[in-house]
Design a protein around this ligand. Structure first.
Ligand code: SRM
Ligand code: SF4
Length: 573
């Protein structure tokens, strides 16, 4: 990008931060406020935390001239989404003691805790690290939690793929000792020369960076929405390597046509031995060519889009010093989870539990958090977080199955997989009240929208048909709404843009169908389309394909078509 343009403010913050230290330690000690300085609020993201405030409380706090109700969100990295029973129990305990008593399972297979006050932040991070988990690089301009298909069916392939995800995650974890110094009372460095970042350098990446690995036919980690993905290629029951995909992403800004969601391009193939090297070199190309002048244009998707996938591949090959092989064939069938019980090739059992909106909590009617805690106390296998915000109670030995089934029944979870296929295919981002960027509700509202639509589904016989449905409170796209078959994206209080026609396997972007729709009109808008689908779909035809064939929307193939298509549409109701 142009060298003439001024670097974005965050570049200065990173440069001055002495490898991410800033004045975080001093800010934590300042008891006169619940917040940190503005620069430290940016830096603390690299340590896995966001400063937030409870937006429900804002009017009252304002009325009483009080500082906003500041607290911190912590994101716990879980590479590949696998946590032990001990880690589950500890996360549950920490959520109770320091956070708001809930655990959010995120769309990137991580845990999030909300509502931690500043004075508790350090001990919370320390206790998370005591469980062999951490929060470093869960956020910030670095590589984030590496996702990996949690598939327990092909256990031998899965073990190899998970190892690759963990190796990539470790290799790309920032080197700075700031994290240990600030949160874990690690020894302080004497001069900044003692620290170095061999991969990232002093200013890290231009923007956040996201990596996934998928094992076809499941695309449950939504590879096309990520900066870099590896698609496992299995031939004769052996993992022979990975297709490499670059340049996906979701975030856009309403009214800014220079921003758009984009699908990743599949550009080549590498062997299992090359996978960490390829990940590193893709990061380096983005480090060196990504736009550091405009944070709305600084994700890898824009580097690939502006210069072209062929340019990117050629540059990547130069950095690698060898040439990626041609892409191998693969097929994705869906991007959802397989709910309920399954038995794997070794005779172990796995139960995928539906967790609405990814929020693990107890209510009067449903003590899911307690139930999962009781299960974790006896479970000898692991917990696998899915990128659809659900959890697999995985690797249950035959002798433990009955006891776990009894607990699932006792706490009302045993039939979670019998909900409507629409609900089981839903994702909602956090949104209000904690997300500072939310324009409308998501996690607290999508369940009601689905309840409304379920009456139509029952009437027209679609209860068991999986249609992906996702809602986000703003167009940043944390629930990946632009690749779901039905997507709602917040515009303002109680108003949504409605997108239709995403691919059932997350392989196609959706299209804007209605702009700024009042939430009260969602059911009347969608029910006739669902009825039409029930009557006139072809055998096996997915909803996203049907709405395109029937002319509700036209297909969007790539991010830069996104707004062009919007302009071509008659969007008024
Ligand atoms: Fe996200 C920012 C929550 C996955 C794109 N995201 C945020 C923040 C931190 C708001 C902020 O910056 O102040 C949200 C915190 C809300 C809260 O109260 O907890 C937030 N994002 C989430 C989570 C928790 C949503 C969820 O309900 O599961 C997900 C955490 C993932 C994780 O464990 O790391 C989450 N965010 C995503 C995804 C999906 C994915 O990665 O597969 C995306 C779209 C993919 C992508 O990156 O393009 C996503 N989040 C964003 C963006 C837009 C980035 C962009 O390129 O424009 C922002 C805003 C930003 O970075 O400026 C954002
Ligand atoms: Fe917040 Fe928007 Fe992400 Fe939802 S999509 S969590 S509202 S940033």
């Amino acid at each position: 990008m142009s060298d003439q343009k001024q670097l974005s403010a965050n570049e200065g913050i990173k440069t001055r931060s002495n490898y991410l230290r800033g004045t975080i330690a001093e800010g934590l000690a300042d008891l006169s406020t619940g917040s940190l300085s503005e620069d430290d609020q940016q830096l603390i993201k690299f340590h896995g935390s966001y400063q937030q405030d409870d937006r429900d409380l804002r009017p009252d706090r304002r009325k009483h001239r009080l500082e906003k109700a500041y607290s911190f969100m912590l994101r716990i990295r879980v590479p590949g989404g696998i946590a032990s029973s001990h880690q589950w129990l500890e996360t549950d305990r920490i959520a109770e003691v320091y956070a708001n008593g809930t655990i959010k399972l995120t769309t990137r297979q991580a845990f999030q805790l909300h509502g931690i006050i500043k004075t508790n932040l350090k001990r919370t991070i320390k206790e998370i690290n005591d469980t062999a988990m951490d929060t470093i690089a869960a956020c910030g301009d670095v590589n984030r939690n590496v996702m990996c298909n949690p598939n327990p069916f092909l256990s031998s392939i899965h073990a190899e793929v998970l190892k690759a995800a963990q190796d990539i995650s470790t290799h790309l974890t920032p080197n700075t000792r700031a994290y240990h110094e600030i949160w874990l009372d690690g020894e302080k460095i004497k001069t900044s020369e003692e620290d170095e970042e061999p991969i990232y350098g002093k200013t890290y990446l231009p923007r956040k960076f996201k990596i996934t690995i998928a094992v076809p036919p499941s695309n449950d980690v939504d590879i096309f929405a990520n900066c870099l993905s590896f698609i496992a290629i299995v031939e004769n029951s052996k993992l022979v390597g990975y297709n490499v995909a670059v340049g996906g992403g979701m975030g856009m800004t309403h009214g800014n046509e220079a921003t758009f969601p984009r699908l990743a391009d599949v550009v080549g193939f590498c062997t299992p031995a090359q996978v960490v090297d390829v990940a590193e070199k893709v990061v380096l190309v983005q480090r060196d060519f990504g736009d550091r002048t405009d944070r709305k244009h600084s994700r890898l998707k824009y580097t690939v889009n502006d210069r072209g996938a062929d340019w990117f591949l050629a540059e990547l090959n130069k950095y690698l010093g060898y040439t990626l092989q041609p892409v191998r064939p693969y097929v994705f069938k869906d991007n959802g989870d397989r709910f309920g019980w399954i038995e794997d090739e070794k005779g172990n059992f796995h139960y995928t539990l539906f967790v609405e909106g990814g929020r693990v909590l107890d209510t009067d009617a449903y003590a899911m958090r307690t139930g999962l805690r009781e299960i974790a106390k006896i479970h000898e296998g692991d917990f696998r977080l899915t990128a659809n915000q659900n959890v697999i109670i995985a690797n249950i030995s035959p002798k433990k199955r009955a006891a776990i089934e009894t607990l699932l029944t006792k706490y009302g979870m045993a039939k979670s997989h019998e909900r409507s296929a629409l609900r089981l295919s839903s994702i909602a981002c956090v949104s209000l009240p904690t997300c500072g960027l939310a324009l409308a509700e998501a996690e607290r509202y999508l369940p009601d929208v689905i309840t409304d639509l379920e009456t139509t589904l029952e009437e027209v016989g679609l209860r068991h048909d999986a249609i992906t449905i996702r809602m986000t409170g703003c167009p940043n796209g944390c629930g990946r709404p632009f690749i779901s078959e039905i997507g709602f994206v917040g515009r303002g209080p109680d108003r949504y843009n409605v997108y239709l026609g995403g691919g059932h396997a997350g392989e196609r972007l959706s299209k804007l169908y209605r702009q700024d729709l009042p939430s009260s009109e969602i059911k009347s808008l969608l029910s006739p389309i669902l009825s039409h689908y029930a009557k006139e779909r072809n055998t096996g035809e997915h909803f996203g394909d049907f709405v395109i064939r029937s002319g509700y929307v036209t297909a969007t193939t790539q991010g830069n078509d996104f707004h062009m298509n919007i302009k071509n549409e008659a969007l008024s109701a």
